[in-house]
Ligand binder design. Structure first.
Ligand code: NAD
Length: 437
């Protein structure tokens, strides 16, 4: 099949590369010339494990190409994926659909013959209807089926998620699209990934409902963690104890500094706004967002309390800046809020992240970036783990003790246990685990 992917970011590039790896003929398109030039040179514009070799292999086989022009690729395409960003609209939290609608308007002019236009971007319920309308208005002769095909991949594990999805959801309003989309995903379908066909509106809502549920699950455990600290219980044991119940499941029960990233914050907000507009407010999701918002600064207060209540003029070292490991994505990362709150309290902040520092530099002011965890920890009065990169899981605490001003570890991801840390002479504070535990 011939496929055009509009938008070559985390989702578009990974999807395009993996679809070409299935044997399809794919062109990834982006307005950002620097991104396309870098891709043509074989350089990845994002950090995603395994992506570079898939891109290189398929470019070599002639199945994957990059372009800033969507016309030529759309003209010959059987399927055009829209994978542009849908950030929060400034001011009101609704999804900003301007990139999606611009892409729809632009691609409409190049449609030739029957074409499926599949929206991979996360969009509010009803957006498919509007894309359909825009395409028909721009090009009344277009023979098009607009489908919703939300993407569920996770950054940091994106290739594997794309190749081995729990399910593929396709929302259709035109029966002809069923066969085309089945053909696109045939290799996965043969691996028995369930292909869930539904209506376009239902498909759009599945994506938001899924993300809101996961955000709620995380936030629930974070509140339970706070309760554990007060009650002298251990949140990890609570998580294990409830997670073994198959109705609950063991995933996404890790207490931490609050969710962030490019999806959960904006998608929960957009869902809240859609629901309010439809006169059916989602109060559980509204509360989830409110609880998560306050949690990040609360984590900074936890650090300040661990430092004895005052950090003015003192150096605090942050390990991990990205919203999760194995990505360079800094969008809505809890580290941003935590660092700001520490700076507001007068702290001097140093930081280290294996992949996120380039993006972080443009988002953070007055932060000193270390060349490794030890460089960042030099002279610090507290070392704070914000993101659980593997590189932080086996640190040399003897060395850290010798270079830090005060041996204090605040582990906001619970990657250590106090029995491992205290023998090195460190004070240890974690999330949802009693100090004596
Ligand atoms: P991104 O910002 O990394 O990439 C979007 C790309 O689209 C950018 O490179 C931008 O230059 C390009 N673009 C914008 N308008 C364009 C146009 N008219 N023509 C060509 N290119 C254009 O975004 P992302 O993280 O890949 O997310 C894309 C969508 O997928 C969003 O709706 C997001 O919610 C959804 N999603 C993201 C993830 C994730 O983990 N990042 C997972 C599932 C779904």
């Amino acid at each position: 099949m011939r496929i055009a992917v509009i938008g070559s970011g985390y989702v578009g590039l990974v999807s395009g590369a993996c679809l070409s790896d299935f044997g399809h003929d794919v062109t990834c398109i982006d307005k950002d010339e620097r991104k396309i030039e870098a891709l043509r040179r074989g350089e990845m514009p994002i950090y995603e494990p395994g992506l570079d070799s898939i891109v290189a292999g398929n470019v070599k086989m002639g199945r994957l190409a990059f372009s800033t022009e969507l016309g030529p690729a759309v003209e010959v395409a059987d399927v055009v994926f829209i994978a542009v960003g849908t950030p929060s609209r400034r001011g009101d939290g609704h999804a900003d659909l301007s990139y999606v609608y611009a892409a729809a308007r632009e691609l409409a002019q190049s449609l030739r013959g029957f074409t499926v236009v599949a929206t991979k971007s996360t969009v509010p319920v009803g957006t498919g209807d509007e894309i359909d309308r825009i395409i028909r208005e721009t090009n009344p002769a277009a023979d098009v089926a607009v489908v919703s095909n939300p993407e569920f991949l996770r950054e940091g594990n994106a290739i594997d998620d794309f190749r081995r999805p729990d399910r593929i959801v396709v929302g259709i309003a035109d029966e002809r699209a069923r066969q085309v989309m089945t053909e696109v995903y045939r290799p996965l379908y043969l691996n028995q990934a369930p292909l869930v066909f539904t209506t376009r509106r239902t498909s759009e809502l599945i994506k938001y409902a899924g993300n809101a549920f996961l955000a709620m699950k995380i936030t629930f455990m974070n509140e339970i963690a706070d309760l554990c600290e007060e009650a002298g219980a251990n949140v990890q044991d609570v998580a294990r104890g409830i997670g073994l119940d198959q109705r609950i499941g063991s995933k996404f029960l890790h207490a931490g500094p609050g969710y962030g990233g490019s999806c959960f914050p904006k998608d929960t907000l957009a869902l809240i706004k859609s629901a309010q507009d439809l006169g059916k407010p989602l109060r559980l999701v509204e509360t989830t967002v409110a609880v998560n918002d306050t949690r990040k600064r609360a984590m900074a207060r936890k650090v300040i309390a661990a430092c004895g209540g005052d950090v003015r003029g003192r150096k605090i070292s942050i390990l991990g800046l990205t919203f999760k490991p194995n990505t360079d994505d800094m969008r809505e990362s809890p580290a941003l809020t935590i660092i700001q709150a520490l700076q507001d309290a007068g702290a001097r902040v140093a930081a280290y992240d294996p992949e996120g520092m380039e993006q972080a530099r443009s988002l953070l002011e007055n932060v000193t970036f270390g060349s490794d965890p030890y460089d960042a920890a030099e002279g610090a009065e507290a070392l704070v783990i914000v993101t659980e990169w593997n590189a932080f899981r086996a640190m040399d605490f003897q060395r850290l003790k010798s270079i830090m001003a005060t041996p204090l570890l605040v582990d906001l991801r619970n990657i250590y246990r106090k029995e491992e840390i205290r023998p090195h002479g460190f004070a240890y504070v974690s999330v949802g685990r009693p100090a004596e535990d």
